[in-house]
Design a protein around this ligand. Structure first.
Ligand SMILES: Cc1cc2nc3c(=O)[nH]c(=O)nc-3n(C[C@H](O)[C@H](O)[C@H](O)COP(=O)(O)OP(=O)(O)OC[C@H]3O[C@@H](n4cnc5c(N)ncnc54)[C@H](O)[C@@H]3O)c2cc1C
Length: 381
């Protein structure tokens, strides 16, 4: 049974932003109602690289030590040509010296360490919102189980394909690459346990990202293949030269089973709030995995929103939402622009363009490549 709260707050979506926001609100003694469409906790998912920009929020939630137990620290990021020639080997100390390490963790483990911070919140699984109407001093929500409730504030943390966003702000547009990314898990044996490595070719991409005991493999291309057998033969064909040089890559492709296809696209909502309804995380500004910052941005924005709400009562919620948008939107959109820029370099189809890209990558200093991420860790928000 949750303690009574002076602010009746509904959070839609118990993903990375929703759990972070709910955890911070619980600390303020204002536990929200949290509705999550999925019936059970996410057990699979993918690997997440968590920058200090996001992981620092876990200090305040008392969950940072648990992150260090469940994650590995990434030492290097290597970018190679399609044939396996190393073009860049970024020493992550460039970033970690001042701000703290880049952690690699499974999405399931990250959600698993966030959820206990929301113990006082009322988490309703297998529930979503059927309708949402705003009146002068409240928002009336009906749920798909037929119940209805009045709230002082509603925050949509329901991800890239946010229903809250569609209901309140209308459809959002974004970047569409036309590529799919397939992810799956493989044994970490053949790969360095603290190094992420990406091979970029014309019309193909392959990467390995270590987490404790295994690696997440990610392969991409302008193809609509979704079945495991289809994707496996496509990759064996496209990456034949690489597989000959790097038996670990061939073995990882052999392990591909039921890969999860992700559309390489994002979304940006022009406003982050409308009166008593706000968006946070991917629902406001969604990310492709290209810069590996979406989760960090979601956590930082959720912490910013919780902070603004800590200075609001039921009457001043719209003002807190306005301050939140002013505080967080510009840097989050800058991070998204960076992610799109890296995406454009990755989604190259022609040999000549890929050669130019490889030349640029091989001359790019690590400090410049990580410039915006390093800057954001030093900036107040
Ligand atoms: C393959 C892949 C790799 C990635 N790698 C990285 C990385 O390395 N580093 C990084 O920082 N980011 C990464 N990202 C991006 C990152 O995962 C997202 O930016 C982050 O999850 C956004 O958090 P969120 O809480 O806004 O959305 P989500 O984490 O997607 O959570 C949304 C939640 O809302 C629930 N939901 C959806 N609709 C409803 C509804 N109608 N009602 C109730 N609940 C609903 C969902 O079930 C989910 O639990 C990656 C993404 C992908 C796809």
């Amino acid at each position: 049974m949750s303690p009574p709260s002076d602010l009746r707050l509904l959070v839609i979506g118990a993903g990375i932003a929703g759990l972070t926001l709910a955890g911070r609100l619980c600390q303020q003694g204002r536990p929200p109602v949290l509705v999550e469409r999925a019936v059970s906790a996410d057990s699979g998912g993918y690997a997440i690289g968590l920058y200090p920009m996001g992981s620092c929020v876990l200090h305040g939630l008392g969950a940072y030590d648990e992150l260090t137990r469940r994650a590995i620290t990434l030492d290097r990021y290597e970018l190679t040509s399609a044939a396996g020639r190393v073009l860049q080997s970024f020493d992550m100390a460039v970033l970690t010296a001042a701000a703290g390490p880049l952690h690699m963790v499974t999405r399931a483990d990250l959600l698993g360490l966030l959820e206990p911070t929301c113990r006082q919140a009322e988490l309703r699984r297998g529930v979503t919102v059927a309708s949402l109407a705003q009146a002068e001093g409240s928002a009336m929500v009906t749920f798909d189980d037929g119940s209805a409730e009045e709230f002082d504030a509603v925050v949509g943390c329901d991800g890239m394909n946010s229903l809250t966003r569609d209901m309140v702000f209308g459809p959002a547009r974004g970047f569409e690459s036309g590529w799919l990314l397939w992810t799956w898990w493989a044994g970490g044996g053949p790969f360095d346990s603290n190094v992420a490595r990406e091979w970029c070719g014309p019309g193909s991409f392959f990467g390995v990202y270590p987490v404790p005991g295994q690696v997440m493999c990610a392969a991409g291309g302008p193809s609509g293949a979704v079945r495991g057998s289809e994707v496996r033969s496509l990759l064996r064909r496209q990456l034949a030269v690489l597989c000959q040089r790097e038996p670990g890559v061939a073995a990882a492709i052999d392990e591909l089973d039921g890969p999860h296809p992700w559309a390489m696209a994002d979304r940006r909502c022009r406003r982050w709030f409308n009166h008593r309804v706000a968006l946070c995380g991917d629902s406001a500004v969604a990310f492709m995995p290209t810069a590996g910052v979406g989760a960090s941005v979601a956590m930082r924005a959720a912490a910013g929103l919780a902070d603004e709400l800590s200075r609001a009562d039921a009457a001043t919620v719209p003002l807190a939402f306005e301050r939140y948008e002013r505080r967080c939107r510009a840097w989050a959109e800058r991070a998204q622009a960076e992610s799109r820029r890296l995406g454009r370099a990755m989604f190259v189809r022609h040999r000549a363009t890929a050669r130019i890209r490889d030349q640029i990558v091989s001359r790019y200093p690590a400090k410049l490549a990580l410039r915006d991420i390093i800057r954001s860790t030093h900036e107040p928000f």
